[in-house]
Ligand binder design. Structure first.
Ligand SMILES: Cc1cc2nc3c(=O)[nH]c(=O)nc-3n(C[C@H](O)[C@H](O)[C@H](O)COP(=O)(O)OP(=O)(O)OC[C@H]3O[C@@H](n4cnc5c(N)ncnc54)[C@H](O)[C@@H]3O)c2cc1C
Length: 435
């Protein structure tokens, strides 16, 4: 089958939506006033809403689209609790104590995710199955070795190195130079997780509004006037949870978030023998390219879902999907004639310091900047932001390293990342040259 034939008609909806598609909330009359208005109905906004509604606050979550339309139902479902810097890099730049504290925070966030899913009875295929971090060069394999040593020594993690000659135990590919198994990383079905969270929030008494874009947030004495597509309302507090979709309504945050498109393609169903060969342990996968590829089996184990950065400017997921498919066949040549059933993209929210942030600016609360790792950080930091808003001191809020941390922007950056095409092309070249 030619590449064009394979891309003739993939659905541009996320594969996950076949199990749980974001849908409009029933129409309702906008209240005149609420205790808390939350902007954005992804994991972060919903997790905050759950805490606030259960504390007795009247809560309205507003989304510009259907709740879940953003990254929360489009992502790869890899649950890591990592930040964008390696442990050894954190030690070099910030010292051992900070690096250890940050990993402890990641543990708390992963535990929070497990507890949330258990407590709410959400059926979303969460499995702490481990992740194979595949080395894209011999140099990267050595760097993973140093990382593994440091993780095991300082954190007591049981990370393992798998040399190239043994990597077929982990992946049915000869493309990589071996890799590292991180046992503490897992995966879930992102859209089912979002749906379960949404149900819990509604059961807790919060209201959720679709097609309710917020266009202005203004202070009026000790309250906010929030202008929405459904009309104005007054809120005692506002919490913004728009991450990669942060727009002009919060210009201060927009100057600090770099929206980066990420893309995923799903194959047609593959024979179970093929899946057993390609991903024998059904783990999550990430490679060490600067422009990472991330991949995994679908939750039912029947397909490969393969993600990455498919260029800086391409808007049509079919075309960028074709680009991504070339990478699939580089890693798994045996899939050269496999058809692609879905090809979709969404926006992640990066930050200039590569950390997520929770805080308050001009009286507006926020939790944002998850740098493509929001499956664990979004629900956790939404919960921390809500506790902060309530003024509650708990172990989570007392120690949260991302709470109130200086949140950098850059001169001449106003929310449109004009520098990305150059950076992505440069990183792509370095990756191809394996430098
Ligand atoms: C393709 C892809 C793959 C990814 N893979 C992974 C992964 O494997 N693991 C991982 O941990 N993370 C991954 N991520 C990142 C993860 O999905 C996000 O970090 C996380 O979903 C962020 O959740 P959120 O609730 O903060 O924001 P979102 O889920 O993006 O929700 C933000 C919402 O805000 C709404 N909004 C924006 N502006 C307004 C406004 N003015 N008024 C009202 N509503 C507004 C939007 O409509 C949107 O629904 C991936 C992301 C993408 C796009």
């Amino acid at each position: 089958m030619s590449e064009t034939a394979q891309f003739q008609a993939p659905s541009v909806e996320p594969y996950w939506w076949s199990d749980a598609k974001p849908s409009p909330r029933p129409p309702f009359t906008l209240p005149k006033a609420v205790d808390v208005a939350i902007v954005g109905a992804g994991y972060t906004g919903l997790s905050a809403a759950l805490v606030l509604a259960r504390s007795g606050r009247s809560v309205l979550v507003l989304d510009a689209e259907d709740p879940g339309w953003g990254a929360s139902t489009r992502n790869g479902g890899q649950a890591s609790g990592d930040v964008k810097s390696e442990f050894v890099e954190l030690i070099e730049n910030f010292g051992l104590t900070f690096a250890k504290d940050l990993f402890a925070e990641g543990n708390r966030a992963r535990e929070h995710l497990s507890r949330l899913i258990d407590d709410e009875g959400i059926d979303c295929d969460l499995r702490w199955c481990g992740r194979f971090n595949a080395a894209s060069s011999a140099k990267d394999y050595d760097a993973l070795g140093r990382e593994t040593e440091a993780l095991n020594k300082h954190l007591g993690l049981d990370a393992e190195m798998v040399p190239r000659e043994a990597q077929h135990q982990e992946i049915g590919s000869d493309h990589y130079f071996g890799g590292q198994v991180r046992p503490d990383v897992g995966g879930l079905h992102p859209a089912l997780f979002h749906k379960g969270l949404l149900d819990s929030v509604e059961n807790a008494g919060a209201s959720i509004a679709s097609n309710a874009r917020v266009t202005a947030i203004e202070t009026e004495r000790d309250r906010f006037t929030v202008t929405t597509a459904l009309g104005p309302l007054s809120a005692r507090d506002v919490l913004v949870a728009t991450n990669g979709y942060t727009g002009p309504v919060t210009p201060w945050l927009r100057r600090r978030i770099i929206p980066i498109q990420s893309q995923i393609i799903a194959t047609e169903e593959l024979p179970s023998e093929t899946m057993d060969r390609l991903m024998p342990k059904r783990r999550m996968f990430l490679d060490t390219h600067r422009l990472h590829n991330y991949f995994r089996p679908s939750a039912d184990g029947s397909r490969l879902l393969f993600g990455g950065r498919a260029g800086a400017t391409q808007k049509d997921p079919r075309r960028s999907g074709a680009h991504l498919f070339r990478q699939v066949t580089t890693v798994f040549p045996e899939l050269a004639s496999t058809a692609i059933s879905h090809s979709w993209s969404g926006l992640t929210g990066y930050t200039f310091d590569k950390f997520p942030h929770v805080g308050v600016q001009d009286g507006i609360h926020f939790a944002t900047g998850f740098c493509g790792q929001g499956v664990v950080w979004g629900p956790y930091l939404g919960h921390v932001a809500a506790l902060r808003l309530l003024g509650e001191q708990t172990a989570d809020t007392a120690t949260c390293l991302f709470d109130g941390r200086a949140f950098p922007s850059r001169p001449l950056y106003y929310g449109k990342p004009w520098f990305l095409p150059a950076v992505i092309n440069w990183y792509g070249l370095l990756d191809r040259l394996r430098l």
